[in-house]
Design a protein around this ligand. Structure first.
Ligand SMILES: [Mg+2]
Ligand SMILES: [Zn+2]
Length: 186
């Protein structure tokens, strides 16, 4: 297995692409400005990029797993066109009322990802626009970064624990991660 410099877990909606609310149509996927460049910069550092997404829209009956897969494929395609690569995408499709172990901030998706990728979650970052993303970072011992895109700005107040960094957007988050790695290599 190829040795990497660590892992960056990324939330999807509101972090990489605009959060339009229960996105089910690949044609409705719009990348947030700078997101492609951010992922490319992280790729250049040999960081593994894993997307972790809560897609309760499936459990709520709004759309199907096949539709989520279509949107995820489109995401990879749009990023790939600009030379940005994602190593894996995992999502929770459960209704929030269901007692699953994979809805962020619970660590189930990370455990799933670790079956297929060499991941040391203590040598990782988690970037997202919600308290549940920062909560996941805490739960797995990773550094948590809140982005102010998506729901980020409105999530700050209700957050129980402060993130390690609050970033304007994913590009700002990537710059912070790269600087943080130079300060304290994983
Ligand atoms: Mg989000
Ligand atoms: Zn779940």
């Amino acid at each position: 297995m190829k040795k990497t410099a660590g892992t960056v877990f990324l939330d999807r909606d509101g972090t990489i692409n605009e959060d339009v609310g229960y996105l089910s149509d690949p044609d409705g996927l719009v990348l947030i400005e700078g997101a492609t460049k951010a992922i490319r910069l992280l790729n250049e550092r040999a960081l593994k990029i894993i997307v972790l997404s809560n897609q309760s829209g499936v459990g709520r009956g709004y759309y199907t797993d096949a539709q989520v897969d279509d949107v995820n494929r489109r995401l990879m395609e749009l990023l790939g066109k600009e030379g940005a690569k994602i190593d894996g995408v995992y999502y929770c499709n459960h209704h929030p009322d269901i007692d699953c172990q994979c809805r962020k901030p619970l660590p189930g998706l990370v455990e799933l990802a670790a079956l297929e990728h060499e991941i040391d979650s203590k040598k990782a970052y988690m970037v997202g626009d919600k308290a549940s993303d920062v909560g996941l970072a805490r739960n797995i011992g990773a550094k948590g970064i809140l982005v102010l895109t998506g729901k980020g700005a409105s999530e700050i107040e209700g957050m129980e624990e402060a993130p390690d960094f609050i970033a304007k957007d994913l590009l700002d988050a990537a710059a912070w991660i790269i600087a943080d790695l130079e300060r304290s290599p994983l």
